[in-house]
Design a protein around this ligand. Structure first.
Ligand SMILES: NC(=O)c1ccc[n+]([C@@H]2O[C@H](COP(=O)([O-])OP(=O)(O)OC[C@H]3O[C@@H](n4cnc5c(N)ncnc54)[C@H](O)[C@@H]3O)[C@@H](O)[C@H]2O)c1
Length: 329
C-alpha cells in the first residue's frame, strides 16, 4: 500500500510513518518543518530496509501541484500537518488559522478529486471548557470569546471536522475524523508547550518545573504508539468512514502530581514553581480543568484500549531524552 502522511516529519507523523514502513508499505510524507524535524525521519532515510520505500518532500501542503502528484500516487492519506499547541498558536495566530483551515480544505479538495480515503487529526481542544468527564463525541462544546486567541486552535480544528464531514456528505469522500487527546512519547518536543517533554527537560537540567495556575488541572496521556495503532486500524475499517472518534487514555492525573512524579523518576534536584496563567500565556488566559475522553465508541469499532501506562510513558520519554542528550555531546 502507498500511504501519504502530511506532517510526516512531526512527532506523531514520524511514528505513523515508521509503523507503515515496518508493515512493508511505501510511505510518502510532506512537511514544511515548521514544527517538525529532519531528525525525526533521518532513521528512515538511512536505514536500507526502509530508504527505498520512504519518500520525503520538504514542502508545504499549500503546494497544490505537489499535493496533486502525491495524492494521485497514494492509496490513502493521513492529514496531520497543522499548527499545533496553544503556545505556538498564541505566537503565530494568523498563520495557524490559515494552515489549519485553508490547509485542511486544500488537502480534502485534492483527496476528493482522486476519491482517496483520508483521516484527519482533530483535537480534544474542540470540546472547549467542559468540566465533566468523560467527554463523549456527541457532547456540546463551549468556547471563550474570539478576543482570546487561544480558542482559535479549537475553532480551527472544529472547522476541519465540519469540512471533512461535509466532503463526506456532499461528495461521498471517505473521511474519518479523530480527536486526539494529549499524545506523548519519544521525539515530542517541549518547545511548543507540550507538558511531559517540557517537565522532563527541566528535571534533567535540575531547573524548576514550571506548573501553570494552581496545578490542580488534570489531564490524561496516551502513548504515541497506541495512538498510531488506532489511526491505522480506523483507516482500515470501512465502518469508521464519516464518523468522529476520541483517541485517548483514561488515566487522569493532576499536573502538580505529574511534575512531582517526573522529579522523583529522574532523581532531580528541581523544585516546582507555580506560574500564573497570565504570566505564562496572556492576560485572562483560560485553561481547561479536565480532559478525559470516553473511548466507548472507538473500543466498539476497533477494540482500542490504551496499552501503555503513564509510568511506562514517562520512563520512555526520560530514557529517550537522556539518550538524545548523550548523542548530542
Ligand atoms: N500531540 C498531541 O498531543 C496532539 C493532540 C491533539 C491533536 N494533535 C494533532 O495531531 C497532528 C500531529 O501533531 P503532532 O503532535 O505530531 O505535532 P507536530 O508539530 O510534531 O506535527 C505537525 C507537523 O505538521 C507540519 N506542518 C505544519 N504546517 C505545515 C504545512 N503548511 N505544510 C506541511 N507541513 C506542515 C509541521 O512541520 C509538523 O511536522 C496535528 O494535526 C495535531 O493538531 C496532536
Amino acid at each position: 500500500m502507498r500511504v501519504l502522511i502530511t506532517g510526516g516529519a512531526g512527532f506523531i507523523g514520524s511514528h505513523l510513518a515508521h509503523a507503515h514502513l515496518k508493515r512493508g508499505d511505501e510511505v510518502y510524507i510532506i512537511d514544511d518543518l515548521s514544527t517538525g524535524s529532519i531528525d525525526n525521519i533521518k532513521e528512515f532515510q538511512e536505514n536500507p530496509k526502509f530508504s527505498n520505500r520512504f519518500f520525503a518532500h520538504i514542502d508545504t501542503i499549500f503546494n497544490n501541484n505537489l499535493l496533486l502528484e502525491l495524492a494521485g500516487t497514494c492509496d490513502v492519506i493521513f492529514h496531520l500537518a497543522a499548527a499545533v499547541g496553544v503556545r505556538y498558536i498564541l505566537n503565530n495566530p494568523l498563520e495557524s488559522i490559515r494552515t489549519n483551515i485553508q490547509g485542511t480544505e486544500a488537502v480534502l479538495n485534492i483527496c476528493s478529486k482522486f476519491k482517496k480515503k483520508v483521516l484527519i487529526t482533530s483535537s480534544s481542544e474542540v470540546y472547549g471548557k467542559h468540566l465533566h468527564a468523560p467527554l463523549v463525541e456527541t457532547d456540546n462544546i463551549i468556547y471563550g470569546p474570539s478576543i482570546k486567541s487561544r480558542w482559535s486552535y479549537a475553532a480551527s480544528k472544529l472547522m476541519d471536522e465540519f469540512t471533512a464531514l461535509a466532503y463526506y456528505r456532499t461528495k461521498g469522500l471517505k473521511t474519518i475524523v479523530t480527536r486526539l487527546f494529549n499524545t506523548v512519547g519519544p521525539k515530542q518536543t517541549g518547545a511548543y508547550g507540550m507538558v511531559i517533554p517540557r517537565f522532563v527537560n527541566q528535571a534533567l537540567n535540575n531547573e524548576p518545573l514550571t506548573v501553570y495556575g494552581d496545578g490542580k488541572q488534570t489531564r490524561t496521556f496516551t502513548y504515541v504508539k497506541d495512538v498510531v495503532w488506532a489511526l491505522m486500524n480506523l483507516m482500515g475499517n470501512e465502518n469508521a468512514v464519516g464518523e468522529v472518534f476520541n483517541v485517548g487514555g483514561t488515566e487522569e492525573i493532576m499536573i502538580l502530581e505529574l511534575a512531582q512524579k517526573i522529579i522523583d523518576k529522574t532523581n532531580s534536584k528541581s523544585q516546582i514553581n507555580l506560574i500564573p496563567y497570565e504570566e505564562a500565556f496572556e492576560k485572562d488566559f483560560e485553561d481547561m480543568q479536565r480532559r478525559v475522553p470516553s473511548i466507548e465508541k472507538i473500543k466498539k469499532i476497533i477494540n482500542f484500549e490504551p496499552k501503555t501506562s503513564l509510568d511506562k510513558i514517562i520512563d520512555e520519554v526520560i530514557s529517550s531524552s537522556r539518550k538524545k542528550r548523550r548523542d548530542e555531546v
